[in-house]
Design a protein around this ligand. Structure first.
Ligand SMILES: [Zn+2]
Length: 54
C-alpha cells in the first residue's frame, strides 16, 4: 500500500509495511516511520525515535 505525499516531515511518498511489532508506514524519501497498529501496546513509543535519519 502506497500513500502519496503522506509524510508529515517531507511530504514524500509513504509505504505501508509490517514487522514483528505490527504495521507501520515508512517514508521512501526521508525514512520517517509511523506506527499504525496501536493495539500491540508494549512497544508504543514512536518508531521514528528508533530511526533518526536526516
Ligand atoms: Zn518523508
Amino acid at each position: 500500500m502506497l500513500y502519496l505525499k503522506a509524510c508529515p516531515r517531507c511530504k514524500g511518498d509513504v509505504v505501508a509495511n509490517r514487522d514483528m511489532y505490527g504495521e507501520y508506514r515508512e517514508c521512501l524519501q526521508c525514512g520517517y516511520m509511523v506506527d499504525i497498529d496501536k493495539t500491540n501496546g508494549v512497544f508504543s513509543m514512536p518508531v521514528a525515535l528508533k530511526k533518526k535519519v536526516a
